[in-house]
Design a protein around this ligand. Structure first.
Ligand code: KG4
Ligand code: ZN
Length: 354
């Protein structure tokens, strides 16, 4: 079956077409993302109404490109529409939802509303999933129960998946999300927005032991996180360096970036392994925009291998927001008999939880 995915929860207008034969045989026929990063960069973060305006301006074009690349001549070749209904920015979500519902109504197509976080979790199904399938990549090995670390600009969550669509959040951030901390630290260092990619670039040449920074809640008994204290520690570090007349040049920025990145990653890696042990899972999956971070991927992979957990993370191109992940999550959601596929029943929920 062919699924059209639509994603507008934040600052990416994304449309994709995927073809699903079986749960391990999924091809991405097209995956277009129109990013608004440059527009929001001057404000240091995403402005919801501006994001909505840009989505409204671009969604038609992105939709046409996605159909063209997927060689879809008529919308009737699509078997299902999957659209993000939350969590996200209300005005931004409404554009994608209204576009998708109109398409479904006009062409009498089934439609499912997708949870953005389940999209990140299912982005792992878009890559050749060798690690979690049998030798010929035909059948998914016994991966359940499975632990997902979802790390993005808005979320830091540990989610147990007992089976397809059976999600249980066992830990989440009490304040800032990890991606938000990367973004805020980049702003403190005048490195622009979004912060994740630039901080990780600077960290590559920095000394991560130069500035000892806190690892908040690393030893707490629960699986929750807190990133605002780490961000504030960086704020005080920069203030103290300035008071000592230290020039915050490229080298100092690289050392701060490396020290921050290591502290931020240490916490999620350590807590993920602790949660995997306590919940006796068989596999661990990483997803969300921050999963693009090379150091996080390597450290979590290493920790999982050492502790005998199968590890999987999405291909780089499916880490940050995209619509292929929404389409694949829509496929799994549509298998759930309780999910309505009528356009009248799909509604936005900006604070939707998994
Ligand atoms: O999943 P995503 O595209 O959007 C949300 O759902 O929030 O994640 C965006 C977040 C931003 O905070 C961005 O700074 C972060 O992912 N990010 C990274 C990297 N690439 C993107 N964080 C750390 N290292 C990266 N390489
Ligand atoms: Zn996201």
């Amino acid at each position: 079956m062919k699924i059209l995915g639509i994603e507008t929860s934040c600052d990416e207008t994304a449309v994709a077409v995927i073809e699903v034969n079986t749960e391990t045989d999924i091809s991405v026929l097209s995956n277009f993302v129109s990013s608004q990063v440059k527009l929001h960069a001057k404000f240091g973060g995403v402005v919801p109404n501006l994001a909505a305006r840009e989505h409204a301006k671009n969604i038609g074009k992105v939709f046409k490109l996605a159909l063209k690349q997927a060689k879809i001549k008529s919308i009737n070749e699509i078997d299902l529409i999957a659209v993000t209904r939350g969590p996200g920015l209300g005005p931004a979500l409404l554009i994608g939802l209204t576009f998708a519902k109109t398409l479904a109504w006009q062409n009498d197509l089934p439609i499912v509303g997708v949870n953005h976080l389940s999209g990140h979790i299912y982005s792992n199904w878009l890559s050749p999933i060798k690690e979690i399938t049998d030798d010929k990549c035909r059948k998914v090995k016994n991966i359940f129960p499975n632990l997902n670390l979802v790390v993005s600009g808005g979320h830091t969550e540990l989610v147990i998946t007992e089976n397809y669509n059976k999600f249980k959040i066992i830990g989440e951030t009490m304040d800032d999300a990890i991606g938000e901390a990367f973004d805020k630290v980049a702003r403190l260092l005048d490195l622009g927005y979004p912060g994740g990619p630039v901080i990780s670039k600077y960290a590559e040449s920095g000394d991560s032991t130069k500035y000892p920074l806190p690892r908040p809640m690393i030893y707490s008994k629960d699986f929750n996180f807190s990133y605002s204290g780490l961000k504030t520690a960086v704020l005080y570090l920069i203030r103290d360096l300035k008071e000592k007349n230290t020039n915050i040049d490229g080298k100092v920025k690289a050392d701060i970036a490396a020290s921050f990145q290591e502290a931020a990653i240490d916490v999620v890696v350590q807590k993920t392994i602790k949660a995997a042990r306590e919940h006796k899972v068989t596999s661990v999956m990483l997803s969300g925009g921050v999963s693009a971070n090379k150091s996080l991927r390597e450290k979590l992979q290493f920790a999982c291998t050492n502790n005998d957990y199968t590890f999987h993370c999405p291909e780089m191109r499916y880490t940050t927001d995209n619509a292929a992940m929404i389409a694949v999550a829509g496929y799994f959601a549509s298998k759930d008999r309780k999910t309505s596929k009528k356009w009248q029943d799909i509604s936005m929920d900006a604070n939707l939880s998994l």
